[in-house]
Design a protein around this ligand. Structure first.
Ligand SMILES: [Zn+2]
Length: 276
């Protein structure tokens, strides 16, 4: 893409996804277009008028399996086209953005969601909502967008048996990116602070809980994988409204997990961690 502002805007969108899901997509402008497996990102002709399309992503998948049994679909490559005549706004600072413009970064973020194999949702505040109107921008992934991407990454980073399966994707190295830790996190009003660090983590995860006196007592920390299975449960006794400690995660396969803080069946807080 030979437009410096669009390129920079696209990289910001790409880094948003990389920070969130650690997807291993990289820009290589020097790569020759003659390689059939290269993902092309370019300007092109797309519908304009009442059914304007700002961008489009084509995914090329392969089915991976053993014999007749399809184990999973895998992404071979994707191509992305952005509307060459759309009134795109390409700058980071939204100060100059107005209701006659289309935000390029929001579009790139959306199309990169499709590159993750995500489809559209019907929630208007989500990046994966199909329509982005003039003057609208959605540059921040909602936790639902992010969970969708995490789900795909949890599949993509695991080895699959089957002779025609591609090797698992490695998580991207996000060193040097300005990523917010624990981009997916939620806490109820009863919890003042629920910190888990470092993220990504290797051998152990430190946690810190600050809560009201009435919430203190016998709480549980549960580690859940995106396969919907709990892989660990540990009880912590909190007195005086505060507790610090650590969890051994050496035994966990690399991947993305949720650490849930609970009181009985009641969910109090959730943080995302990446085991590397
Ligand atoms: Zn779309």
């Amino acid at each position: 893409m030979d437009d410096a502002d669009a390129h920079a805007s696209f990289i910001r969108a790409l880094n948003t996804w990389k920070c969130a899901t650690r997807v291993n997509f990289n820009i290589d402008p020097a790569h020759p277009n003659t390689d059939g497996d290269v993902c092309l990102i370019d300007w092109g002709v797309l519908p304009i008028g009442t059914n304007s399309v700002w961008g489009r992503t084509l995914n090329y998948g392969t089915k991976c399996g053993q014999g007749q049994t399809i184990l999973k679909s895998q992404l071979k490559k994707f191509d992305m086209v952005f509307n060459s005549v759309a009134p795109f706004y390409k700058l980071e600072d939204l100060a100059g953005f107005d209701a006659t413009m289309v935000d390029f970064q929001s579009n790139a973020l959306h199309e990169l969601g499709h590159a993750h194999l995500l489809n559209h949702t019907n929630h208007e505040n989500m990046v994966m909502y199909a329509k982005l109107g003039l003057g609208q921008h959605r540059r921040v992934l909602t936790s639902w967008d992010e969970e969708g991407g995490d789900h795909i990454m949890s599949i993509s980073t695991q080895a699959s048996p089957g002779s025609n399966c591609k090797p698992p994707m490695a998580f991207a190295d996000t060193t040097g990116l300005d990523c917010m830790p624990n981009a997916v996190s939620w806490r109820s009003d009863e919890i003042e602070l629920f910190l888990t660090y470092p993220n990504p983590a290797d051998g152990e995860v430190h946690f810190k809980v600050v809560c009201g006196e009435s919430t203190s007592g016998h709480l549980a920390l549960e580690i859940w994988g995106y396969n919907g299975q709990m892989s660990r449960k540990e009880f912590v006794s909190i007195s005086g409204g505060q507790k610090e400690g650590k969890l051994d995660i050496n035994y966990l396969p690399k991947g993305i997990y949720m650490i849930c803080l609970k009181s009985g069946d009641r969910l109090l807080a959730v943080n995302k961690i990446i085991k590397q």
